[in-house]
Design a binder for this molecule. Sequence first.
Ligand code: SF4
Ligand code: SF4
Length: 101
Amino acid sequence: MAIKFQKSDKPIKIEGAHDMPPMPAALGSMLFNKTGSWRNVRPVIDYDKCIKCFICWKFCPEPAIKIVDEKPVIDYDYCKGCLMCVEECPKDAINEELEGK
Ligand code: SF4
Ligand code: SF4
């Protein structure tokens, strides 16, 4: 069955394993491959703008966004800086910062 994702303010419901992001749920070996060293640009969440829709969590291709205390939190050990989360965030709540600045 095709899954259609749309950019929307509507929060994603998280009720069980079937709601896990497809890539991290399918490839547990990613947890052993820390991809943070690949990153040139660092995504940083602005919690004043974040509406906790978890679209960033759903789209992140690594196990790099975790939900902690009902907030998305980026784990920089795994974030490879692809900026998919920045692209998909409906509130422009994720900023880009150059690494090493
Ligand atoms: S950072 Fe953006 S995509 Fe992620 S939960 Fe917040 S509003 Fe949603
Ligand atoms: S830039 Fe965003 S989408 Fe890409 S790996 Fe890092 S947290 Fe995940």
